[in-house]
Design a protein around this ligand. Structure first.
Ligand SMILES: [Zn+2]
Length: 266
């Protein structure tokens, strides 16, 4: 009996940990991006967003696209969250020209599609809500480096690592393990990182979507290169080495999302 209940416990545990393994930035990461963005909207954009989301904050709206993964009628959205690159030698220029002819159902093509939809003044209320929630989420995803990773390892999902002696995968370390380790709420986290200079904000918002993807891809290349063996042990030192670039990605995501919304609704 005892054995059986331990087995059941292990099986339930395995199921509980499954959905989170493949999510983009964890719940917290997406909320931070949404919360940062909400602090950088023009008054006109703030009103337009409020008209669409109602009482739902941008931080909470950011998680909708992951939550609907459990609903099979939204299965078609799954590939909207990422883009794969199997060539690790792309330059900014070669990536931009590759993306120019991209027709896949990926984060680049779909983000452009969503932006065009939200600019359409005659879009239905229901579609406005769906596309705004998707936009808030997907801009975050682009800034998680392993969302611009390799198809062969599912963006690091199949690269097994050990995090403080617990088995997990590289994607999950970047989605939420390092963020959770900070032990901050999304509002506390936002307050801690939301300090981009006016110059940084201008630079980040002025860069095209191809640059956002290229920067994420460059970071992904270095994240991959540091994994040298199966089940590599990661803990304090890994977090110490990477938390600054992770935080910068969250901040860039929020600042760029605000810039995009100001452009769409301004
Ligand atoms: Zn996602």
């Amino acid at each position: 009996m005892a054995n059986k209940s331990i087995q059941q416990f292990i099986i339930i545990g395995a199921f509980l940990s499954l959905p989170f393994a493949s999510m983009a930035w964890g719940t917290l990461g997406h909320r931070i991006v949404g919360e940062v963005a909400s602090h950088h909207l023009s008054p006109k954009t703030k009103l337009a967003v409020k008209n669409i989301l109602g009482d739902e904050s941008m931080a909470l709206a950011s998680n909708w696209a992951d939550f609907v993964k459990s609903d099979t009628s939204f299965k078609y959205l799954n590939s909207w969250h990422y883009i794969d690159f199997d060539d690790t030698t792309l330059t900014a220029t070669s990536m931009a020209s590759k993306l120019k002819t991209d027709t896949a159902t990926d984060v680049y093509v779909k983000l452009n599609f969503i932006i065009a939809q939200l600019k359409n003044k005659s879009l239905s209320k229901e579609k406005q809500l769906m596309y705004l929630r998707l936009l808030i989420h997907i801009v975050g995803d682009i800034h998680q480096p392993l969302h611009t990773g390799h198809a062969e390892d599912k963006g690091g999902n199949s690269i097994k690592v050990s995090w403080f002696n617990q088995p997990t995968n590289l994607h999950a370390v970047w989605d939420d393990k390092m963020i959770d380790n900070q032990q901050l709420s999304y509002t506390e986290y936002t307050a801690a990182i939301d300090h981009a200079t006016p110059n940084q904000q201008k630079t980040w918002q002025g860069q095209p979507l191809t640059t956002w993807i290229f920067q994420s891809y460059q970071l992904a290349n270095s994240v991959y290169a540091e994994i040298k063996q199966p089940d590599q042990k990661l803990s304090y030192r890994y977090s110490y080495d990477h938390i600054a670039s992770l935080n910068e990605q969250l901040l860039k995501g929020g600042i760029r999302l605000a810039g995009l919304l100001n452009e769409i609704f301004g």
